[in-house]
Design a protein around this ligand. Structure first.
Ligand SMILES: NC(=O)c1ccc[n+]([C@@H]2O[C@H](COP(=O)([O-])OP(=O)(O)OC[C@H]3O[C@@H](n4cnc5c(N)ncnc54)[C@H](O)[C@@H]3O)[C@@H](O)[C@H]2O)c1
Length: 425
């Protein structure tokens, strides 16, 4: 079926920023029959995509990318050949509680001269409330185009979870925020081959939908972490309590405690928080999630010395079964461990390459999990990657006196702190 959006263009859509969001989206759109091209400033991303190789792990796309039908350019003029432009660049926070609009601004500066009458621009990055309006004002000040007249503009948030893009791009409702009918209709047509349905609203409401989705999750995990600390205070078992609380009870679902951060959850709360001068629930959730590495290290120390001991850290990425390290809490955990002056810290993550970048100036060896744990005195399960249950069972056999710190309950010992031999019982 030909679902081309405009026969007068070489491409239906140009994805600007072919990273973890833009690349899967572009490939999925390609699969629906759209003609898709890309623009990215990163030569390594371009080289990898153009050779048909995924630059990062995202299940479902290896075969699609290998066809090499989706090519990424470094020349902003490429947008002229497409009917629609989807912007999926990064939107981090500054060090202060402040959204960093630099990548959005740079995109506008680079594509601005190539925007033309009839273009549909969809902003898809996660943005602070008011950013789509900023994009509209930028376009109208810096080009001769007018939104709702000669150019269409929509905010169409991405709500997939990393690792699930392939299925979720086809199963999640597409929210579309616009301020005029033509933009709304065009954005709906662009996403109609992919999303099962769409819901229309205004710019800010669409921006808030995305932020509320992520922040609700961040707070949900913060509550779970707080419950873990409360249970610990009373010497009780959070995992057993959670199982009972969730069992056959329809009105609350308590999440697992864990190291909660990541490039989306933590920074998205900042996009709302910058609008309020007062301490609020979101700030409390942030503090709770940020406290977990401190809690794990200080409570381990109460059981066993860390000073002059060997420590293994299993998992470095921000969540399970991904190769994405952005905004992971594990580097923070490692820095807290280093303050205790252990004799050695061995980091292991089989999703990463031979060296792990602890900071822009520090790289460390990436151990195999088995080697890292072999004669370690303490083993931290920092990320709950699949397969770590087997690793812990092996530690129980080979290094039974080792102390395990297992906030994810990977070993199913129903304890955060325990000695590996417990797993043999
Ligand atoms: N990663 C996720 O799971 C996820 C999910 C939903 C929403 N989001 C949001 O999507 C946005 C993108 O996130 P991501 O994880 O894909 O980031 P990313 O860093 O993986 O991708 C961004 C890409 O944009 C490129 N880029 C930066 N400036 C550019 C410019 N001026 N011109 C062209 N390309 C440029 C970068 O080189 C990079 O390849 C963010 O706002 C994020 O919050 C991410």
């Amino acid at each position: 079926m030909n679902v081309s959006l405009s026969d007068s263009n070489e491409f239906d859509v140009c994805i600007v920023g072919t990273g973890r969001v833009g690349l899967p989206l572009g490939l999925s759109m390609l699969e629906t029959g759209l003609r898709v091209t890309g623009l990215d400033v990163d030569p390594a991303i371009r080289a990898s995509v153009n050779q048909g190789i995924m630059p990062f792990a995202e299940p479902g796309y290896d075969e699609l990318i290998a066809r090499r039908s989706f090519q990424v350019s470094g020349d902003p003029a490429v947008i002229q050949s497409a009917a629609s432009i989807v912007i999926t660049v990064g939107t981090p926070l500054h060090t202060h509680i402040e959204t960093d609009l630099d990548q959005i601004r740079r995109v506008l500066e680079s594509i601005g001269p190539h925007l033309r009458t009839g273009h549909l621009v969809c902003l898809r990055s996660t943005v602070a409330p008011g950013t789509t309006q900023f994009v509209e004002k930028w376009i109208e000040r810096n080009t001769a185009l007018k939104v709702g007249d000669s150019l269409s503009l929509a905010f169409c948030p991405e709500r997939i979870a990393e690792g699930k893009a392939y299925e979720e791009l086809r199963s999640l409702t597409q929210i579309i925020g616009t301020h005029d009918q033509t933009s709304a209709e065009r954005a709906e047509r662009l996403f109609s081959g992919l999303a099962p349905d769409v819901m229309h609203t205004d710019y800010v409401s669409a921006e808030l939908v995305k932020l509320f989705n992520n922040i609700a999750r961040y707070v949900h995990f913060a509550v779970a972490n707080q419950f873990a600390l409360v249970a610990d205070t009373f010497g009780t078992n959070i995992y057993e309590i959670r199982r009972m609380a969730n069992h056959n009870y329809p009105r609350s679902h308590i999440a697992m405690p864990g190291l909660t951060a990541g490039t989306c959850l933590r920074k998205d709360f900042g996009m709302i928080n910058e609008w309020s001068p007062y301490p609020d629930m979101l700030l409390a959730a942030w503090k709770m999630n940020e406290f977990i590495p401190t809690f794990l290290v200080t409570h381990l120390k109460q059981r066993v010395p860390v000073h002059d001991r060997k420590v293994a850290v299993l998992g470095y990425t921000f969540k399970m079964d991904t190769d994405d390290t952005r905004d992971s809490l594990v580097p923070k955990l490692i820095r807290y461990l280093e303050r205790e002056m252990p004799s050695e810290i061995r980091v292991s993550d089989h999703h990463l390459s031979a060296e792990i970048e602890l900071s822009p100036t520090r790289r460390v060896e990436n151990w195999t999990a088995a080697d890292a744990c072999r004669d370690a005195h303490c083993v931290f399960v920092a990320t709950n990657h699949s397969g770590y249950d087997d690793v812990l069972n092996q530690v129980a056999l080979e290094n039974p006196d080792a102390w395990i710190v297992d906030i994810w309950n990977v070993g199913q010992a129903d304890k955060i702190f325990y000695q590996a031999k417990m797993l043999r019982d």
